[in-house]
Design a protein around this ligand. Structure first.
Ligand code: FES
Ligand SMILES: [Fe+2]
Length: 439
């Protein structure tokens, strides 16, 4: 591979005082190199979930750019992470996910063996290696967990995970994310920069342009956005809960609003976030003919009861939260809505060192049913996103992506101009990137 000339971090690449985002940040291979060097190599990022590694010897591989990291459950129950490279001649030790048998990581090439804690324990014909020092071990990568997520960080000097995540652990504590389990795990490749993919799920401004069919049950205008030191969220803010009413863009008078239809639209439209019995409850309550204004409250109470019946501790959840998500952006690679008892999270990262391609995992997590043993669902891989129907809303989001990436390469495109309020999270992500680039 040709070595790309290093880019200098100068004003031409940083977001300007006028808010114009240089398009090179999305389309330039050199800018992705810079991000790899100064951002992805220094941040905590989600490598997987703890439930993927229940037993000693279980492993998963996390790839970011041209780097590969192995996360391993050791014999003590602790997690360790290593650069995925053999100390002999550099071979990748394992791919994907699985289980190391006999408590050893064995290189597929010349069969050097490592203990689960990374110590080199067997070298074939060792007596012929006169200079091999004792005490060799795989190169460590920092690993830590929060909320059931396994995070890794390539920077040995990075701040502790909880400091990096602040204030998300406090904000999301009532959701008990550590107790969620995978319901589905789908991966695809999208034809756009990783930030194009994050951006698509980090603002509601595009709803009227891309998803007009959800305006009858989505008040897109009242969504509020909040940026933290590093992360961001939107939707269910204490100051402005997302309320069940049509978009004011439609101009429907209040007394013509069909509350039942809005609730049904919400619960169907966000089907992945609601269980079958929670969807059924909508129809049951609609049929009960409640007085105007009482349907939503009745449904929220019903949903709280159903959550409690599943063993979810609802003490930190108020009724309104049962019908509105916390849409969270955990910089840099996790974004999506979190509901009581479920979450639909997108893990986003560059595909190798290609600025025009992104690997996107869709993780549907839910509170495990108390009456069934949970089993890890099959991880499904769709190299061509168009080969699957992702549902209307997501299909619409994905359909934008190639056009955004290609359009930014136009000689007529000088940069991106974001709405300061409704795309405040997008602007904030760039500010955080700049913080890492210039630190
Ligand atoms: S490269 Fe791993 S044992 Fe040779
Ligand atoms: Fe969208």
């Amino acid at each position: 591979m040709p070595v790309r000339p290093a880019l200098l971090v100068g004003p031409a690449l940083l977001v300007g005082e006028d808010g114009l985002i240089p398009k090179e940040r999305y389309v330039s291979p050199e800018f992705l190199d810079l991000e790899m060097e100064r951002v992805w190599s220094r941040v905590w990022q989600v490598a997987g979930r703890e439930e993927e590694l229940p037993e000693a010897g279980d492993y998963l591989e996390y790839r970011i750019g041209d780097q590969s990291i192995l996360v391993v459950r050791t014999g003590t129950g602790a997690l360790r992470a290593f650069h995925n490279t053999c100390l002999h001649r550099g071979t990748r030790l394992a791919e994907g996910c699985g289980h190391f048998i006999d408590g050893a990581i064995q290189c597929p090439y010349h069969a050097w063996r490592y203990a689960l804690d990374g110590r080199l324990v067997e070298v074939v014909d060792r007596h012929e290696f006169s200079d091999l020092p004792d005490g060799l071990a795989l190169a460590d990568v920092r690993v830590d967990t929060w909320g059931g997520f396994v995070f890794v960080n390539l920077d040995a000097e990075a701040e502790p995970l909880l400091d990096f995540l602040d204030p998300l652990p406090t904000l999301l504590a009532p959701y008990h994310l550590e107790q969620l389990r995978f319901r589905a795990y789908l991966t695809t490749v999208l034809p756009a920069n990783w930030k194009v993919v994050v951006d698509a799920f980090n603002e509601g401004y595009h709803v009227q342009g891309t998803h007009p069919q959800i305006l009858p049950w989505t008040d897109d205008v009242s969504i509020e956005y909040e940026q933290f030191a590093t992360h961001a969220h939107y939707g269910r803010l204490p100051s402005a809960r997302r309320v069940l009413r049509p978009s004011p863009r439609l101009g429907i008078p209040d007394d013509e609003v069909d509350e039942g239809a809005i609730l049904a639209g919400l619960v169907e439209g966000l089907g992945g976030a609601f269980l079958k019995e929670e969807r059924a409850a909508v129809e049951e309550l609609r049929a009960a003919g409640l007085p105007r204004g009482e349907l939503l409250g009745a449904y929220q109470q019903r949903r709280l009861e159903l959550l409690a019946a599943r063993g979810f501790d609802v003490s930190g959840i108020d009724a309104e939260q049962t019908t509105s998500a916390d849409d969270v952006y955990c910089f840099p690679n996790l974004v999506g809505p979190i509901y009581p008892g479920s979450a639909i999270l997108f893990r986003v990262r560059p595909d190798g060192l290609n600025p025009d391609r992104t690997i996107k995992d869709t993780w549907v997590l839910e509170w495990p049913r108390p009456d069934r043993d949970w089993v890890m669902p099959e991880r499904r891989w769709f190299p061509d996103w168009e080969a699957r129907d992702w549902g209307l809303i997501t299909n619409q989001d994905y359909a934008n992506m190639a056009g955004v990436q290609a359009g930014m390469k136009s000689r007529g495109c000088v940069g991106l101009r974001c709405n300061p309020r409704q795309e405040g999270n997008v602007l904030h992500m760039h500010a955080v990137i700049d913080r890492y680039l210039t630190a």
